[in-house]
Design a protein around this ligand. Structure first.
Ligand code: SF4
Length: 219
């Protein structure tokens, strides 16, 4: 499933193919272009093996090409949606340049299209350079999973291939993104994280000058 909406239900029923989503007015459309990720989080949904066959975010046929993506989007009117969210079952910035060219294509037709990227915030390590300027004029919101209040805990949870320094890289990514992206948010999940750790994350975000969003816990 490449383009989907979320239903509010828990588990695999939570994701609905855009083709089955009916009227798209006011909805967020999620874009699942890659299953690649530099992390292997202990809580990652990719570990759930029994998702329904027709409701699976795993890209069994490989990553869709840009042409495939353009053809898919041509079937829908994006002027009515709330937000286009690059997200999915992987790290969307693993396909940064494809994502940018797709956004450029879509914004030609829909200049007011709101775009968000949900990311683990490690793109500058993936590309071994600062890529945040690529987000300028393309991305309205970057939502970065902070996950933990310390670098040790972040590494323990995400098992990032970049090791213990990943946490500092994520924070730096947030700060650099602020130059180019109007809305930079970091997220943690309520209940998963105790209150005192959420307070530390809040302080981290305050120091970085970004907003902390506490996402609701889904069983
Ligand atoms: S960053 Fe996201 S996609 Fe990657 S392993 Fe963690 S939860 Fe899964």
């Amino acid at each position: 499933m490449i383009l989907y909406t979320v239903t509010g239900k828990v588990g695999s029923e939570g994701y609905l193919d855009i083709a089955k989503s009916g009227d798209l007015t006011g909805k967020n459309i999620y874009v699942n272009m890659t299953n690649k990720c530099p992390c292997n989080c202990v809580f990652c949904l990719r570990h759930i093996k029994n998702m329904e066959e027709d409701n699976n975010l795993w890209l069994k046929e490989g990553e869709p090409s840009i042409e495939t993506m353009k053809n898919l989007f041509s079937k829908y009117d994006l002027s009515v949606i709330n937000e286009l969210v690059f997200c999915g079952f992987g790290e969307p910035l693993e396909r940064l340049y494809d994502m940018c060219s797709l956004i450029d294509f879509l914004k030609e037709k829909y200049p007011d299209l709101k775009v968000r990227v949900n990311t683990i915030g490690l793109a500058n390590l993936i590309y071994e350079k600062d890529i945040t300027k690529e987000l300028k004029g393309r991305v309205d919101t970057v939502s970065i999973s902070l996950n933990a209040p310390t670098k040790e805990e972040f590494y323990e949870l995400t098992r990032s291939k970049f090791g213990i320094e990943s946490f500092d890289a994520v924070k730096e990514f947030a700060v650099l993104s602020k130059k180019y992206v109007p809305n930079v948010v970091m997220t943690v999940v309520e209940k998963v994280m105790p209150e005192e750790k959420i307070s530390i994350c809040k302080k981290i975000c305050d120091d970085l000058g970004v907003t902390l969003r506490i996402r609701p816990f889904e069983e």
